[in-house]
Design a binder for this molecule. Structure first.
Ligand code: KIV
Ligand code: NA
Length: 266
């Protein structure tokens, strides 16, 4: 089977086939989720929180995004790989945005990039699409806007905010985005945006009416103990499994039960 393209992802909306997206940041996890048939792999800047231990995504650098994108690409996934543009890699000026998006494709090997914002980033989306880099937009609760939002809060609850988000959705589609993430918005609004746009909407904390869904891999595996938001569904509880393995190992080493002679070399 060959690699998924943005055209195939877009056709899924037309065909009414739902799009399954997960974040991924490393080689072995990519091998597993690609074997399962994931449609899109997002190398999210959430890596900064779930892997690097930052409090939020703002400190994530281009170097970090390139490192993780390369690790994912070494698994040669069939899934479409989208790399997040980190904070400050696209907000200052168009040449900087072009160069950084270009690096995620050229050095990272991603097939598309994602960036946060609506009407305000439409010129950036246009500039990248103009250099043939497909862009996934991301509106609603945009984690890089943490300080403006005053926390991670559902967006678009008032009629005025909802109208603004509709405008944002139209603006990113008009700018040429091939799809758009709808994060942390009321499900009725997500349904309305999904019906109005011709590009696929990928929801997270946006209810069941989007064209696809994205979640953070650490969240669905139960590896984020600190915080598990309402919109996450845990499909496994890996924390106690890892803890048990580590404890058994420690016990074996302390008791002299591991290593045995059969683990050694003659
Ligand atoms: O960085 C990320 O993981 C994301 C998704 C949750 C949409 O942007
Ligand atoms: Na992100």
């Amino acid at each position: 089977q060959k690699k998924k393209t943005i055209l195939e992802i877009q056709k899924m909306k037309a065909d009414g086939e739902r799009i399954a997206v997960l974040t991924c940041y490393d080689y072995p996890t990519t091998v597993i989720m690609d074997r399962c048939g994931i449609d899109v792999i997002l190398v999210g800047d959430s890596v900064g929180v779930v892997v690097a231990g930052y409090d939020n995504t703002l400190p994530v650098t281009m170097e970090e995004m390139l490192y993780h994108t390369k690790a994912v690409m070494r698994a040669r996934p069939q899934a479409l790989v989208v790399a997040d543009m980190p904070f400050l890699s696209y907000q200052t000026d168009l040449p900087t945005a072009r160069r950084n998006a270009g690096l995620l494709v050229k050095e990272g090997g991603a097939a598309a990039v994602k960036l946060e914002g609506g009407e305000n980033v439409a010129p950036v989306i246009s500039a990248l699409v103009d250099m043939d880099i497909p862009v996934m937009a991301h509106i609603g609760l945009t984690p890089q806007s943490l300080h403006r939002m005053g926390g991670f809060k559902v967006q678009g609850k008032s009629e005025e905010q909802a109208e603004k988000l509709l405008k944002d959705a139209r603006a990113v589609e008009a700018a040429g985005a091939f799809s758009v993430v709808l994060e942390g918005i009321p499900m009725a609004l997500a349904q309305r945006i999904t019906a109005e746009l011709s590009i696929p909407t990928i929801g997270i904390g946006a209810g069941p009416h989007c064209d696809g869904q994205v979640l953070v891999i650490h969240d669905i595996l139960g590896l984020c103990e600190k915080y598990s938001p309402k919109f996450v569904k845990r499909y496994a509880e890996l924390t106690p499994i890892i803890a048990e393995a580590v404890s058994s190992y420690i016990g074996d080493v302390k008791e002299g039960a591991f290593p045995e002679e059969r683990h050694g070399f003659k």
